[in-house]
Design a protein around this ligand. Structure first.
Ligand code: UT7
Length: 316
């Protein structure tokens, strides 16, 4: 994983945004988030995380068959950040493409990568979640500006022996409610113009409380779907690695699912919401902290813009 060096605390934000450290901590659990320096792009963060993943997995660059980058904040509108990452890593002419499934991006990437390996198309895949959100926030829109952070997390996918690895993956979406969380400006329907390019127009719109309720419900539903698919119960889960959108969402979902708090990975205090990067970052930290043992069942789950949701169970 990689988090940019610059840290933006809630107190720092108080200086230029109509908010307080107390409000942010109480309503979200966030204390600080990391922020890129000007000129840094999403593929730069992805590169750092990818190099670490390649080293930790003990593979050579030439072993890679494909690069998948999950992001909603690509370096440029065209081409994909996975292409930039491919170039920066100096890879041979293998496939590289982005997946845009917002906060469920890593779950979508894992489903895709897993299917490609299981079907024999590829042997080794670099899967990255990488986002830069802080430089496209309108600080006048305190509802969303305080929530997000920058970062990247990466994994290497390869086939494993039976009974281990990715046991099941699940995705769902509800496109009819996309307006609950969206960034309308700058796409094909509302391109940038001189007129709309003022600070207020370019911002993420979010119906926070509505999203909150749906997130808790879907976290629980999709997690149960994953458990049912492999005949496990919540008691079999050793670690729950949820998307980090809000500490209160994670706590509420964890309670409803009946999972012990010590089995829940929560790092939102230090990262904020890093969208598609949040699950691989949290997973990496859990591994580094010795919270993952061989044979453990790890449940991951996500919910976010789209609306999208997903879950996966991995036997480590
Ligand atoms: O990863 C993608 C998925 N994202 C999510 O799932 C986010 C889900 N939603 C949430 O996490 C929460 O709804 C928020 C953190 C966004 C908001 O928390 P909330 O407890 O739902 O607050 P609220 O929107 O109901 O607003 C409560 C009050 C309002 O003031 P009044 O009307 O009660 O006077 C807001 O104007 O808090 C105010 N408020 C703020 N105050 C200080 C909203 N944002 C802020 C802020 N600082 N940053």
């Amino acid at each position: 994983m990689y988090l940019p060096e610059t840290v933006l605390t809630n107190k720092d934000i108080e200086a230029f945004c109509d908010t307080t450290d107390e409000w942010i901590r109480q309503r979200t659990g966030i204390e600080e988030r990391h922020k890129v320096t000007p000129g840094e792009g999403t593929s730069d963060l992805a590169l750092r995380a990818s190099r670490m993943a390649i080293k930790n997995a003990g593979i050579a660059l030439d072993d890679l068959d494909a690069v998948i980058c999950c992001t909603v904040s690509p370096d440029q509108i065209l081409p994909a950040s996975a292409n930039l990452l491919h170039g920066k890593l100096g890879l041979r002419d293998i496939a590289s493409f982005d997946i845009n499934a917002a906060c469920s991006g890593f779950m979508a990437g894992l489903m895709t990568g897993n299917a490609l390996i299981k079907s024999g198309v590829y042997k080794t895949i670099l899967l990255v979640g990488a986002e830069i959100q802080t430089n496209r926030m309108t600080w006048k829109n305190r509802d969303t500006a305080v929530l997000f952070g920058d970062g990247a997390g990466a994994v290497i996918l390869q086939a494993s022996e039976n009974g281990y690895g990715v046991l099941t993956t699940h995705l769902g979406s509800d496109g009819s409610n996309y307006e609950v969380l969206h960034l309308p400006l700058g796409g094909s329907r509302e391109p940038f113009t001189k007129e709309n390019l003022d600070e207020d127009a370019y911002t993420i719109y979010m119906k926070g409380p509505e999203l909150f309720k749906r997130a808790v419900i879907k976290f629980v539903e999709v997690s149960q779907e994953a458990l049912d698919a492999v005949g496990l119960t919540m008691d079999d889960i050793d670690l729950f690695v949820p998307h980090q959108a809000n500490a209160r969402i994670i706590e509420a979902a964890g309670q409803r699912m009946g999972i012990a708090p010590e089995k829940v990975v929560m790092n939102i205090q230090k990262t904020g919401n890093t969208t598609a990067a949040s699950i691989p970052i949290a997973l990496h930290e859990a591994v580094q902290e010795g919270r993952v043992k061989e044979g453990d069942h790890i449940l991951m789950a996500s919910f976010g813009a789209g609306l999208t949701w997903g879950a996966a169970i991995v036997r480590w």
